[in-house]
Design a protein around this ligand. Structure first.
Ligand SMILES: NC(=O)c1ccc[n+]([C@@H]2O[C@H](COP(=O)([O-])OP(=O)(O)OC[C@H]3O[C@@H](n4cnc5c(N)ncnc54)[C@H](O)[C@@H]3O)[C@@H](O)[C@H]2O)c1
Length: 338
């Protein structure tokens, strides 16, 4: 028997991003699924032949589970996670794992007293773009990085629960884990101050579909991160160093290396052009939001005690604090210090 696994929330993401790798991995056995929607329970039975439940408390009472994967609406994650941890079960919880810092703290506290592990799902940390950018920055390809701009653009509306604040909707929570977290990880320094702006532009509901943040890190570098509604797209990444620039757009990464000339004549600014220009472009390997099969392989290793899971609850708590700061900055029209 592999890792006895249940999915809690067999919806759009639960039945695809999570059921897919669970189905393919020999390490996992999908023994139960829980959803309040009977049609979705039927689909889980057809696919896995597993036991299904309408009420997750009953599932926790009746099944001997090793892992519950929580993929319900965002405002439900905290309570469900705490209940599963109280039952001594390991939990993998999708993003956004919590709707604010207070929930994130309840979850880290619940993990501290449980024999179950708490594994936050932050798939962009496995992204092909982040991995390659890390290599390039480690090699010093563009020198010292002082500014990273990260953006995702679309001109699509949605009308589901993700447009409702009471359900934990809004693009800051939905997209922040993919947009705000990776540049902070890339630069490896904590966020110290945040200026944020949020707007509701084309979506119905009562939450933002645009967010914009300027974050200053402890090491002095600046990150500008945004999800924005626009027909034309900005580069996904635009990274500025003192020896060049990296641009990521449409699955390709382009590196411009340059050494600025030192001034030799104070009256002749025009001669201070960079030298040693070197430009190369390559395709990015792997998905921007990580390979789910690989992430599940690392979940299995963590549950077998072979290797720590690379995203800690403290990492996810820190991200919740930063997302809160962006929201507070926008709502209160002030810079928030962390
Ligand atoms: N790339 C990613 O990591 C990614 C992508 C999409 C969604 N998500 C996250 O996954 C979560 C779910 O999003 P979705 O688009 O799949 O939503 P969804 O509405 O399709 O799925 C949620 C499911 O939870 C079920 N549910 C609701 N209340 C329940 C309860 N009390 N008990 C059991 N089941 C219950 C619903 O019936 C539904 O099937 C969100 O938090 C979202 O942010 C992550």
């Amino acid at each position: 028997m592999g890792i006895r696994t249940a999915i809690l929330g067999y919806g759009r993401s639960g039945s695809s991003l999570h059921a897919g790798p669970i189905e393919k991995h020999d390490d996992f056995d999908m023994i139960a699924a829980c959803d309040i929607d009977p049609a979705r329970r039927d689909r889980a039975v057809e696919r896995f032949g597993c036991t299904v439940y309408e009420d997750y408390h009953r599932m926790l009472d009746e099944e001997a589970l090793d892992l519950v994967v929580i993929v319900t609406r965002s405002h439900q994650h905290c309570e469900m996670t705490c209940d599963c941890l109280a039952a001594g079960v390991n939990v993998l919880v999708t993003k956004p794992w919590a709707v604010n810092e207070a929930e994130a703290r309840r979850m880290t506290d619940a993990a501290a007293t449980s024999k179950g592990m708490l594994l936050p799902w932050l798939p962009a940390r496995w992204g092909g773009d982040l991995a390659r950018l890390r290599q390039l920055l480690d090699e010093g390809a563009i020198g010292n990085v002082f500014l990273v701009r990260r953006a995702v653009c679309s001109f699509a509306t949605r009308c589901d629960w993700q447009t409702e604040r009471r359900c934990g909707g809004g693009y800051l929570l939905n997209w922040g884990p993919h947009i705000v977290d990776p540049p902070v990880v890339l630069l490896g320094s904590p966020v110290r101050s945040v200026y944020g702006r949020m707007k509701q532009t084309i979506n119905p509901g009562d939450t933002e579909d645009v967010f914009f943040a300027v974050m200053t890190l402890e090491n002095g570098a600046i990150i500008q991160a945004e999800y924005t509604v626009a027909v034309e797209s900005l580069p996904g990444w635009f990274i500025q160093g003192d020896r060049g620039t990296i641009v990521v757009r449409d699955g390709a990464i382009k590196v411009y290396k340059k050494t600025p000339a030192q001034p030799d004549d104070p009256t002749n600014y025009g001669s201070m052009r960079g030298t040693d220009e070197d430009v190369f472009e390559e395709a990015i390997e792997g998905s921007r939001y990580g390979d789910e099969f690989q992430i599940y392989a690392e979940v299995a290793q963590a549950l077998r005690g072979e290797r720590p899971y690379p995203v800690t609850p403290e990492d996810a708590l820190e991200l919740s604090r930063v997302l809160d700061a962006i929201r507070i900055s926008s709502e209160e029209d002030r810079v928030v210090e962390l």
